[in-house]
Design a protein around this ligand. Structure first.
Ligand SMILES: [Zn+2]
Length: 438
């Protein structure tokens, strides 16, 4: 059991998972799943889920007792009594249920246990990442057809989900996206008309473009072939996932749902270094007025650097609380595979955008999408003092990638995110508070 606990803790970090996969820890663990001890099998199942989470199939049928146990663990944890020593327990268990649900036999048992109700209460009342992860597990359950009495769990859930979408102001873009997918799969019709977009430029993209032209002035450095809108409507219309793997060896990163990307002209050496194919994807949240100095330099700046205009960069206020600072070398460049982390206001500090087009006001944030060369950076914990897991895909212990090396990061795009603060007037072009019906 002790060895399993160690393996479990190791498996919560993405880098270790690959090592486990390579060393076929997965195959050898599978035979242990039949062990009589339910608690052992349950923790092993969670560990194996961590290791295998990039797989699209669940390779094993889980014993009913184990699923029951996981269900009870989640139930107790939601009620406030935790069985395992883990502050990310709800995320781990919901992720495991979601992974098991890829296989029909497991999904049927999960439905039979009534786990939909539990997932729903987490979606309604959980912490940010718990909500994402519970909704994702629910989505995995909707992949299969069930008996009528099991399907009824979905029907009962639909109302609550619609309410979350309509009434809850704290719903993140990821959560909204997942819930809408669940509703679509369970045949509840959510504004199915506005899943259109595709080729034509969306309203959000036009607004972000106006912001970019007016405030970022990145003009000739752009490569508009790589522009892409990740607003919910555009993202949905492409049926893309929320996380992908890129590079050699492959590494996971979050898709910037809710943002709009303006592609950048890559330097000559990008092709020579095979960066687009072999490097990892990451993000770097920054201030609006740092975008141009960074682009002029051609590299992300680190504290202490002097910009082309002669200004010296200091520490960002709010970043690095005093107690975090001990022993941490800040003379490095930091990026993150989690767009949620890059979007933290300590990094992507917001500014106000007054859109002249319709006199609306928006909160504006910017971030860089970068390529970073594998094996040139260290993974480290978050440094903004997070109390709970921020991104269901990444442990808080691995949110910051840092490097002292030069030339291992390429700027691939500028991301812009706008959130409405004050509605504007509707005008003849159809821009404005009301969605134009096409
Ligand atoms: Zn869009």
């Amino acid at each position: 059991m002790e060895i399993l606990r160690i393996m479990y803790h190791c498996s919560t970090l993405t880098n270790n998972r690959r090592i486990f996969r390579k060393n076929i820890a997965f195959e050898s663990s599978m035979s242990l799943l039949e062990s009589g001890d339910i608690e052992f099998s349950s923790l092993l199942t969670i560990t194996m889920t961590n290791i295998a989470q990039t797989e699209t199939q669940c390779p094993f049928t889980c014993r009913q007792q184990v699923i029951s146990h996981l269900h009870d663990v989640l139930k107790k944890s939601i009620k406030g009594t935790k069985l395992y020593d883990s502050d990310t327990l709800n995320i781990e268990v919901t992720k495991t249920l979601g992974f098991l649900a890829l296989k029909k036999e497991n999904a049927t048992t999960i439905m039979e246990k009534g786990s939909v109700q539990l997932l729903l209460s987490l979606i309604k009342r959980g912490e940010l990442a718990e909500r994402d992860s519970a909704a994702f597990a629910l989505l995995q359950l909707t992949r299969h057809d069930y008996e009528d009495h099991q399907e009824s769990h979905f029907l009962a859930a639909q109302k609550s989900l619609v309410k979350v979408l309509k009434k809850d102001e704290k719903v993140s873009a990821t959560l909204r996206h997942t819930i809408e997918q669940v509703l679509r799969k369970t045949e509840y019709n959510v504004n199915s008309n506005d899943v259109s977009a595709g080729e034509k430029i969306c309203e959000y993209q036009s607004r972000c473009t106006r912001f970019m032209e007016e405030n970022l002035k990145i003009g000739v450095l752009r490569k508009s072939d790589y522009d892409l809108c990740y607003c919910l409507t555009c993202h949905k219309s492409r049926s893309d996932d929320l996380y992908y793997e890129r590079g050699d060896p492959p590494e996971r990163y979050g898709i910037p749902v809710g943002w709009c990307r303006f592609g950048l002209q890559l330097p000559m050496r990008a092709e020579y270094l095979n960066a687009p194919d072999e490097w990892h994807r990451a993000y770097h949240g920054t201030r609006e007025d740092s975008v141009l100095p960074i682009l002029k330099t051609g590299d992300l700046l680190q504290p202490g650097d002097v910009t082309p205009t002669g200004d010296q960069l200091g520490e960002r206020p709010g970043h690095l609380e005093e107690d975090n600072q001990i022993g941490l070398d800040t003379k490095q460049v930091f990026v993150t595979p989690s767009v949620k982390y890059a979007a933290r206001e300590e990094y992507a500090s917001p500014s106000k955008f007054h859109d002249k087009e319709d006199a609306s006001v928006h909160k504006a944030q910017v971030a860089f999408q970068v390529y970073i060369q594998p094996d040139t950076y260290e993974r480290g914990p978050e440094t903004v003092g997070l109390k709970t897991q921020l991104d269901p895909e990444f442990n808080n212990q691995e949110l910051e990638w840092s490097t002292k090396r030069r030339g291992v990061i390429l700027l691939a795009g500028v991301l812009v995110k706008l959130e409405l603060l004050k509605k504007g007037k509707a005008n003849k072009k159809g821009f404005g508070p009301k969605k134009s019906k096409s």
